[in-house]
Design a protein around this ligand. Structure first.
Ligand SMILES: Cc1cc2nc3c(=O)[nH]c(=O)nc-3n(C[C@H](O)[C@H](O)[C@H](O)COP(=O)(O)OP(=O)(O)OC[C@H]3O[C@@H](n4cnc5c(N)ncnc54)[C@H](O)[C@@H]3O)c2cc1C
Length: 327
């Protein structure tokens, strides 16, 4: 292969084309990337002009751009992934319209009969406070019965699919009774700016746990491609927050700032809920402000390289799950 003149990052090269398992049958692989933190700096310099900054200031510049939402320079970096996920995850994922996608065709190809089964520890009851979420683990008995029922339903769906394919019914029709737990796969290419938007929403605890698992691995890959941008994303978005006027007024009630620093207005001053509301916050906004101010851990999406597998391993697993000639 010809030596490249392109910018490459050793940490990204190390995982390029490696497959990281996600859930029980899924994976994410970084198949290609273009650019890194330096590309953002180069793009920004075009608009800033010659001689305005020194090269050693990449970190400061990248952080400044993120902080002030000058986002177009980060569109110069691109990442391309190969991913396999259950269809209900794909349905959430595809809502991010700023990526280029090529999905496995169930019209053209045979579907691998692989179905997602949550582990017992992730099988939970409906949350009472969040209608889109889950709460505590269920009883082991309920989990066991669920697995039995799912297996029966999946066995029947897979059996019907095999039968329809055997009867030479069109694949586009044979597939229509397969459940949302069936795995699909795609190539997904996106620029860094939009990848940050995707990851901010999907590594967040409000996102469904299953898609979070994909976000976590992709964030680990991104950390290797553009580490300075990754660090800025953690600081300003994952662990940072935007504040409304009312929220800032609450903080101004407690803190005073001047050109030399910030001072607390009283040694120990407490604002009760009613006082938070007096600053114009709704009860929900007040509760959310309290949440925002709670101490939070800084996540680290470092990849576990021991998990990395070859493409052939996943290819073989998918092929084996296709009905017909490979059974
Ligand atoms: C926790 C969670 C719960 C959700 N629940 C639901 C739900 O119940 N029902 C539901 O339908 N969806 C739901 N969604 C999906 C959500 O509404 C968004 O569709 C999804 O997060 C993609 O966000 P986006 O549009 O900002 O991203 P992208 O499609 O990646 O777009 C990025 C940005 O580009 C701009 N953009 C892209 N396309 C257009 C366009 N056509 N017009 C204008 N601006 C555009 C917007 O500024 C957008 O923010 C949920 C998402 C999350 C994270």
């Amino acid at each position: 292969m010809a030596e490249t003149k392109r910018l490459t990052v050793p940490a990204a090269e190390e995982i390029l084309g490696g497959y990281f398992p996600v859930l029980d049958h899924g994976f994410v692989s970084l198949v290609d990337y273009m650019g890194s933190d330096e590309s953002i700096e180069h793009a920004a310099r075009v608009s800033y002009g010659y001689g305005t900054r020194k090269r050693s200031m990449t970190r400061g510049l990248v952080r400044y751009l993120r902080r002030h939402r000058h986002t177009t320079p980060s569109e110069m970096v691109e990442l391309k992934f190969h991913c396999a996920m259950p269809m209900f995850v794909a349905r959430q994922w595809i809502r991010h319209r700023t990526a280029s996608v090529n999905e496995y065709s169930g019209r053209y190809s045979l579907m691998p009969l692989l179905f997602y089964t949550p582990e017992g520890e992730n099988f939970a009851v409906q949350s009472a406070s969040n209608r889109q979420g889950r709460a505590d683990e269920t009883s082991p008995e309920l989990y066991r019965e669920t697995i039995e029922r799912w297996e029966a339903a999946r066995h029947s769906a897979a059996d019907t699919y095999r039968w329809l394919v055997g009867e030479e019914v069109a694949r586009e029709l044979a597939r229509i009774e397969l459940p949302l737990s069936t795995y699909t796969q795609w190539y997904w290419k996106i620029d860094l700016h939009n990848l940050f938007h995707f990851l901010t929403l999907r590594v967040d605890p409000h996102a469904q746990w299953e898609i979070q698992q994909y976000g976590n691995v992709m964030a680990g890959m991104l950390k290797r491609v553009a580490p300075i941008s990754y660090e800025a994303w953690i600081d300003y978005e994952v662990c940072g927050t935007h504040m409304s006027h009312g929220e800032l007024e609450v903080l101004r009630d407690l803190l005073e700032s001047d050109s030399d620093g910030v001072t607390s207005r009283a040694e120990s001053k407490r604002l009760e809920m009613d006082e938070l509301k007096a600053h114009g916050l709704s009860p929900r906004e007040a509760r959310e402000l309290i949440e925002k101010l709670k101490p939070a851990e800084v996540p680290d999406f470092e990849l576990d390289l021991k998990q990395m597998q070859s493409p052939e391993e996943f290819e073989a697993r998918m092929r084996e799950a296709v009905p017909g000639e490979f059974e």
